[in-house]
Design a protein around this ligand. Structure first.
Ligand SMILES: *Cc1c(COP(=O)(O)O)cnc(C)c1O
Length: 410
């Protein structure tokens, strides 16, 4: 689909279009786009809902018609339904830098934030004896994490202190039980320093929970390498698992025996089919389970994860940075001075896989962009968000998005 460029940008556009073509020609992930169901729309909203991998509809059809329709109850064993949460957790593990046996899939991110945060506070010990009666939460967090942290604090007799991630080192102390942080800020796209912040939290004797919703599938996380305690994340953004696909919970191996889940369901029992009256937690990752897994969504996710076969996360990160660099360059060249302000850090080590532009009338602007075939999203009150999923976004998409944005604003 070609866009008539305004006179202002037409000369530049020809030059950037040639560069985009060259960058696409040498892009080693280019072929991955064919593994997705896409059309002429420039889709820059994969940080909200990832595109559909082509393999998913057929798999879901099989799960419904054969596994459920024909095998019925036998599928819990014969189709591997019962063990799916750990099996799919192990498929996600390498994407977040975790060895097998530490990630379990199920429930929503919100629910897993609750399990992880209360679990972390319980590891820090009873507030009366340990004196650790504070939870620090990212003051810029995605709202659900903040709401749940507030409830978790009330339940555990802790005080909740909202703190900007950069301020965390100065606020940590003997009273800190747990810290809940977002790896990448959902609004600005700022990437926080997970290794340094994790080390600082540990020096203070506290536990850290990282929310990886906007980093898993977009950049290396290194959970094991950096000694992260607990982590959660969703699978419908950069992992393309589908609307409402189940989230995951990571508990570091050395902490698994001390993880005291605030939601102990029969699925996390050591002997789930013993149907006992007393609760005995399972060991390992299954301890993070609660109730019966959502098999249809879970097996759609399992199919979706096949697109990652043979894809190193490092290659994804390199392309993500190249895409966002190129977008910023095109926006700077095309968009009239002063119309947008970039909220995403320019430094690579502080940038996730999205670009957030502050813009007057951002809601209306995004509506017009979508009408013109460029899909990003609007975050109140004044932010245009563009997510760059390296598996299916190319450099020509980036050039087009910036050009259509300039035309819309011009
Ligand atoms: C997307 C997102 C969530 C979503 O939580 P759900 O329970 O899946 O609705 C939570 N936290 C962060 C940081 C997110 O970006």
């Amino acid at each position: 689909m070609s866009e008539p460029a305004s006179e202002l940008v037409s000369g530049l556009a020809a030059e950037f279009a040639v560069r985009a073509e060259k960058l696409d020609a040498v892009d080693e992930l280019r072929g991955k786009r064919d593994a997705f169901v896409l059309d002429d729309v420039t889709y820059l909203d994969g940080n909200s809902l990832g595109a559909l991998p082509s393999v998913v509809p057929g798999r879901v059809e099989d799960v419904v018609r054969r596994q459920w329709g024909e095998l019925r109850i036998r599928s819990w064993e014969e189709s591997g339904w019962w063990t799916a949460p750990e099996r799919i957790g192990d498929r996600i593990a390498p994407l977040v830098g975790a060895a097998p046996g530490q990630v379990v899939v199920g429930d929503s991110t919100s629910v897993n934030v609750f399990k992880a945060l209360v679990g972390a506070v319980r590891m820090a010990g009873d507030a009366d004896r340990s004196g650790r009666d504070e939870i620090l939460v990212d003051a810029t967090t995605f709202p659900t994490d903040g709401y749940i942290a507030e409830s978790a604090a009330r339940m555990t007799g802790c005080t909740l202190r909202p703190v900007a991630p950069a301020e965390v080192p100065g606020v940590l102390g003997d009273r800190t039980a747990a810290v809940l942080l977002n790896h990448v800020d959902y609004r600005t796209g700022r990437l926080h320093d997970l290794p340094a912040l994790t080390a600082t939290v540990h020096e203070a004797g506290a536990y850290v929970v990282w929310d990886l919703c906007h980093s898993a599938g977009a950049l290396p996380v290194g959970l094991d390498e950096h000694g992260v305690d607990l982590a959660v994340g969703c699978t419908y953004k950069y992992l393309n698992g589908g609307p409402g696909s189940p989230a995951y919970l990571y508990v570091r191996r050395e902490l698994q025996d001390r993880f005291d889940s605030p939601l102990p369901g029969w699925n996390s029992h050591a002997e789930p089919f013993g149907m006992r009256g007393d609760y005995q937690p399972a060991s390992g990752a299954p301890r993070g389970r609660v109730g019966t897994p959502d098999i249809l969504s879970m097996l759609a996710l399992e199919a979706a994860l096949e697109v990652w076969d043979g894809v190193p996360v490092e290659a994804v990160r390199a392309k993500s940075l190249a895409l966002t660099d190129f977008f910023l360059e095109c926006v700077t060249a095309y968009v009239p001075e002063g119309r947008v302000e970039c909220l995403t850090p320019v430094a690579h080590e502080e940038r996730g896989s999205q670009i957030a532009l502050r813009c007057h009338d951002a809601g209306d602007v995004m509506k017009r962009l979508i009408e013109r075939g460029v899909v990003g999203d609007f975050r109140a009150p004044d932010v245009l968000r563009f997510g760059f999923t390296p598996l299916y976004v190319g450099f020509a998409d980036v050039e087009r998005a910036a050009r259509v944005l300039a035309r819309t604003l011009g």
